[in-house]
Design a protein around this ligand. Structure first.
Ligand SMILES: C[S@@+](CC[C@H](N)C(=O)[O-])C[C@H]1O[C@@H](n2cnc3c(N)ncnc32)[C@H](O)[C@@H]1O
Length: 340
């Protein structure tokens, strides 16, 4: 397997070599204790640094990886997916081979520098393999939606989500309209950084703070623009950051804006696993893992029906070789499919 070194990345890009192939080739070459990875500087670095500096209100030169604002852990989850796409194998491998491109060169290098002891410790965290399963679960949600005839997809709280690019060719060939939405600061960075990805010209970048109903107008406009065409909306790792009354209202608004046949899929933190408060002491969205309770909740919000997927079921389906001798079970999260 050829390994790219030095300025290989930009040379390959200029020659039209697809980025995903490069990432795959790099990710198949496993680091050893003596091998040191080449420092890969992406063309996007300057853009990212400038945007990060803007967010911080300071000049680009002052920006270091340690001062990057990590809105609601979006960078941490992206880094985890990159690590899992490099170091894991077979069904335990994260299929997100593109997310590394959204990290800074320093963040990517820190992933390549992880040693066996650090990796073993990460794997002992119950959240680690849960993230691999969650990535595969929601990949399947997108592919199933297209197979069932849905032709509009909105990624809410997109962060470092890469599905609209990893599946870009598939979505384009079915003429699926696609958009991402996030908090304004995160959406601004993503819209700039993802510009170099193939199929990014098909993506609309929207911003909305789900805690502020007044900021969500453009998101509802995008959904409304679909008219009677069904839409898939999904939100991965987002609901747990939203205040209770804001999310309750958001669920009702979502049901009233989505056309019949649309689907909203999201994961939620189960009540009782923590205090259910954010740092400001405001209650944040939690629900019980109880299918009947969730059905009542979603039908009373205006959805036609809902289905619960528990984390153990998701792990069984998407990581068949995982069991509790590999890592502890993660029991804090579950998933809802809510059909309109
Ligand atoms: C843990 S990250 C998950 C990101 C991405 N979905 C993923 O799985 O990689 C949480 C995401 O929720 C978004 N988020 C948090 N609070 C939000 C809010 N009030 N309104 C809109 N998005 C929010 C963050 O910006 C971030 O993109």
């Amino acid at each position: 397997m050829a390994l790219v070194s030095g300025n290989g990345e930009s040379a390959l890009r200029e020659a039209g070599f697809p980025v995903w192939k490069l990432i795959r080739e790099l990710s198949w070459a496993r680091p050893t204790s003596t091998w040191k990875p080449p420092m890969i500087r992406s063309k996007m670095t300057g853009v990212v640094d400038r945007l990060r500096a803007t967010l911080r209100g300071g000049p680009a030169e002052d920006v270091s990886a340690s001062t990057i604002p990590d809105l609601a852990n979006l960078g941490k989850v992206g880094r985890l997916r990159h690590i899992q796409s490099i170091y894991e194998r077979n069904d335990l491998r994260n299929p997100d081979i593109l997310v590394g491109e959204l990290l800074t060169p320093e963040e990517r290098e820190s992933c390549w520098r992880i040693n066996e002891r650090q990796l073993a410790s990460m794997r002992r965290d119950s959240f680690y393999y849960f993230v691999v399963a969650r990535t595969k679960f929601l990949d399947q949600v997108v592919l199933d939606a297209v197979a069932s005839g849905i032709r509009r997809v909105l990624v809410l709280g997109a962060g470092t989500d890469t599905r609209l690019y990893r599946f870009g060719g598939h979505l384009a060939s079915f003429d699926v309209d696609v958009a991402e939405c996030d908090q304004p600061a995160a959406a601004a960075v993503k819209g700039q950084v993802a510009k170099t990805f193939k199929y990014s010209d098909r993506v609309q970048y929207l911003s909305a703070d789900l805690n502020e109903a007044a900021s969500c107008g453009r998101m509802w406009d995008w959904i409304d623009a679909g008219g009677t065409r069904p839409t898939l909306v999904f939100a991965e790792g987002v609901s747990g950051y939203i205040h209770v009354p804001a999310f309750e209202r958001f669920l009702k608004d979502m049901a009233s804006h989505l056309a019949k046949g649309s689907l909203f899929v999201y994961d939620f933190k189960r009540s009782g696993t923590d205090a259910g408060m954010n740092q400001a002491g405001k209650p944040i969205f939690r629900m019980p893992v109880d299918a009947a309770w969730l059905l009542e909740k979603h039908t009373s919000a205006g959805f036609a029906r809902s289905v619960l997927t528990s984390t153990p079921a998701m792990m069984r389906d998407h990581l068949p070789s995982w069991n509790e001798s590999i890592s502890p079970a993660y029991d804090q999260d579950a998933f809802v499919h809510a059909w309109r």
